[in-house]
Design a protein around this ligand. Structure first.
Ligand SMILES: [Fe+2]
Ligand SMILES: [Fe+2]
Length: 345
């Protein structure tokens, strides 16, 4: 059944921003041919820093941390929804979910490649995730208890990801900005499919409707927590803003997300689980209850409902894939020695 999606108008305007960023990126690439400029001058002129450019060590280290954590999140993020591929209610839903989960794998690999341009190896990045040295987004440490969770994740979690990532399309590091453009276009599809799936459930039987509401009740606050700690407690923000990696503060983005979701929830006919959620005429925004940041910190530190399960699964999958890595390394070595033989013959 095709449903009109009036509630995703907010997502359309975000996609417009992605396209503007793409045009700006092309213009910056043209200007970059004019000659070398100092790091500060490039940042001041809103141009892009490229892998070959000089950059402060802290800029490089901060980006490696951010891009790697982003990549890890995409990879771990396949697990909660992957859990429902074999139980999707129809073949169509299964095909959509498969495509979505596969997109997340692609985002992860794309981002690892962006991090590699800063001088870290894929193996180092893999190990940082597998040993817990680097983190991934805490949202993926919550369980997916019903089919409606797939819809709620698409709508809220991918929705929050888009709000976070659209400004990154204009980030000062070229490879990251370019990766984000492609990623955001796909995230927009993810959000729409989740919203449409929830919409169908919300119009369904009382049981389906209750299932949709329960999923929204459980995913709302963890989604708000995806924007990170409040501005006052955010450790990396000020420098990141000065270097134009980050363009808006955590609280600004959280507000933008709330403002986008409220009218969408109304169209779904579902309630956001916040009795204090209401329009504030003076501010021109919705007032809302902040997520429990103590809970966020507990989950970040490893004490969420599924942290152990997610890491155990990732480590198992990595070990199971050893033969693939060995076979491709052996194949590459064989090809290389063949080429050498041809050159020396
Ligand atoms: Fe993604
Ligand atoms: Fe996604």
């Amino acid at each position: 059944m095709e449903t009109p999606l009036p509630g995703v108008a907010g997502a359309d305007s975000l996609l417009g921003e992605v396209e503007e960023a793409e045009a700006a990126l092309r213009a910056a690439a043209d200007r970059a041919l004019d000659g070398p400029a100092s790091f500060d001058a490039v940042i001041a002129a809103d141009q892009k820093i490229e892998p070959r450019d000089m950059m402060p060590d802290a800029y490089r280290a901060g980006l490696v941390r951010q891009i790697a954590q982003h990549a890890h999140s995409e990879i771990i993020g396949m697990q909660p929804e992957g859990n429902w591929i074999s139980r999707a209610p129809t073949l169509r839903r299964k095909a959509i979910l498969l495509a979505k989960v596969q997109d997340e794998a692609g985002h992860g690999l794309y981002l690892y490649a962006a991090a590699e341009t800063l001088g870290v190896s894929r193996e180092e990045l893999d190990q940082a995730l597998l040993t817990g040295k680097q983190k991934y987004s805490s949202i993926f440490n919550y369980p997916t208890l019903s089919w409606a969770d797939v819809g709620a994740i698409g709508w809220l979690v991918d929705g929050a990801a888009i709000v976070n990532q659209v400004p990154l399309c204009r980030c000062s590091y070229g490879p990251y900005a370019r990766a984000m453009i492609r990623v955001c276009k796909e995230e927009s599809f993810h959000q729409r499919q989740g919203y449409q799936s929830l919409y169908v459930l919300a119009q369904g039987t009382p049981e389906q409707r209750a299932m949709a509401q329960d999923a929204v009740d459980r995913w709302w606050y963890p989604s708000l927590a995806m924007f990170g700690p409040p501005d006052a407690d955010s450790t990396h923000s000020a420098q990141s803003m000065a270097w134009k990696v980050k363009r808006f503060s955590n609280d600004e983005l959280r507000q933008r997300f709330v403002d986008m979701c409220v009218p969408q929830a109304e169209i779904l006919g579902l309630t956001l689980p916040d009795p204090d959620l209401r329009w504030n005429d003076e501010r021109g925004h919705y007032d809302y209850t902040s997520p429990d940041f103590d809970e966020l910190m507990r989950v970040v530190k490893g004490d969420g409902p599924c942290n152990r399960q997610r890491m155990a699964h990732r480590n198992r999958a990595y070990a199971d894939g050893a033969w693939v890595r060995e076979a491709s390394a052996a194949y590459a070595a064989k090809q290389q020695s063949k080429r050498k033989e041809l050159v020396t013959a």
